[in-house]
Ligand binder design. Structure first.
Ligand code: PMT
Length: 413
């Protein structure tokens, strides 16, 4: 059977990003960043400071962005250029941001093209510090970073802890990885009124119900669908709590991650968070049953004989039993994982668990359901006709869900 076509998606088409690169060893990673932003559809204007050009060449950035790199304030068009760059940018990112750049930006200096463009913009600015950890810890640098953090529209992304070029002592100093910086830029570009100052709760992944210390009853959920919703909600400006069963995925940038194992633990975490949530999305594949007893030692094959019967008892229905704790006016989204009678079963779950929206996926369809990068879903609400979406990446499905939640949130504001 031919593989179904994916819906092409270039989310930042028509968006303009100014990427400032200053003179630190991490500048080589910014070539990847420029490439990633360009592949997402953005027009990326790169400005290299004089010090950055000691580490990376303009040609590398021109190669990945297909656009001329800018370096000089004091040129024929430099003077007009800083105004145009600042005015045209939908977002500005400085990566890496050295101690010297942070000091100059905090002072509001205008001694090069990058700092001058910062003074000429109303766009959000993401600053990604990168330096030796001792330098980053210095009170003067901390003071400068704080001044930038307090400035409206500015976000400080990182630095992280990890290997540094020299002299590391285990403190923060390392520039965030390009994919994490991309998420920060995504939030700078994508924050929307519907999600500003909103709390979003997402459940994701499987639960594991222990039989003994080494074995469990579980399912094949990877967590991808829920993680995609959590990441997308954060990019739209929400504060996000992600309650996740065991998953090998990297936690999405910016979210508060609560790790759980069993349905009971997931129930407790959801019960704790749901009262403050403006939006709850139940994407987890919760094991409906758990063994009635959990052996304290590993069950030995010899002790079992020819048959090993496991008695199962139902787990709590997390979405259903936390219904009374939902915040008034909040929007709740459930999922339904089906193998037969997709719409009929989905409608029953929508009503029984009192969801506003239900996202139904049929695991028997190619590219849908568990442990794949894609999903094919039908979205239902209590009023209208079901909407069947084509096969898409789980990231794209997450955006579709959040679009529909946004219109409901705005209507209830
Ligand atoms: O994690 P991935 O590999 O990306 O796979 C994604 C997914 C297939 C797990 C996801 O798209 C999905 O369908 N999640 C819901 C799976 C499921 O458990 O469906 P259900 O029909 O059994 O449950 C209905 C709803 O009630 C779900 O929102 C579920 O989270 C919730 N539920 C179910 C059982 C339970 N005890 N408590 C619950 O809250």
């Amino acid at each position: 059977m031919p593989r179904p076509e994916l819906v092409p998606r270039r989310p930042w088409q028509g968006r303009r990003i100014l990427l400032g690169v200053t003179g630190g060893i991490a500048a080589y990673k910014s070539i990847q960043l420029a490439r990633d932003l360009t592949r997402l559809g953005a027009e990326v204007d790169v400005v290299l400071t004089a010090a950055a050009q000691k580490f990376v060449a303009p040609l590398s950035f021109e190669g990945v962005t297909g656009r001329p790199v800018l370096t000089d304030l004091f040129s024929v068009d430099g003077a007009a250029m800083h105004l145009r760059l600042g005015k045209d940018a939908d977002a500005i990112c400085v990566a890496p941001a050295t101690a010297d750049f942070v000091a100059r930006a905090a002072e509001g200096r205008a001694d090069d093209l990058l700092c001058t463009a910062l003074l000429a913009t109303h766009a959000p600015v993401v600053v990604c510090p990168a330096m030796n950890d001792r330098m980053f810890a210095h009170p003067q640098v901390q003071e400068n970073v704080e001044r930038l953090r307090q400035r409206p529209g500015y976000v400080i992304a990182g630095p992280g802890v990890g290997a540094l070029a020299a002299g590391e002592e285990g403190g923060p100093g390392r520039m965030l990885e390009p994919q994490d910086i991309t998420e920060y830029i995504g939030r700078a570009l994508g924050a929307e009124d519907a999600y500003r100052e909103r709390r979003v709760l997402v459940t994701a992944g499987p639960t594991r119900e222990a039989l003994d210390p080494v074995r469990y009853v579980g399912n094949r959920s990877s967590g991808r669908m829920g993680y995609a919703v959590a990441a997308a909600a954060w990019r739209r400006g929400a504060s996000v709590t992600l309650v996740s069963g065991p998953s090998s995925l990297e936690p999405p940038v910016g979210v508060d991650l609560v790790r759980v194992q069993s349905a009971d633990e997931m129930f407790a975490a959801v019960a704790d968070a749901i009262g403050a949530a403006d939006v709850s999305v139940f994407a987890a594949a919760v094991a409906d049953f758990r063994p009635t007893t959990t052996e304290s030692d590993k069950v030995k094959r010899e002790a079992v004989g020819d048959e090993f019967a496991v008695l199962l008892a139902p787990n709590p229905d997390i979405a259903g039993e936390t219904r009374d704790r939902r915040k008034a006016g909040s929007v709740t989204v459930g999922f339904a994982l089906e193998t037969t009678d997709l719409l009929e079963n989905a409608r029953k779950k929508l009503a029984k668990k009192d969801f506003d929206l239900l996202v139904a996926n049929d695991v028997t369809q190619e590219g849908a359901g568990f442990d794949v990068e894609t999903n094919r879903v039908t979205i239902l609400d209590k009023q209208g006709e079901p909407e069947s979406l084509p096969l898409m990446s789980k990231d794209a499905v997450a955006e579709e869900i959040l679009d529909r939640v946004a219109s409901r949130l705005s209507a209830r504001r």
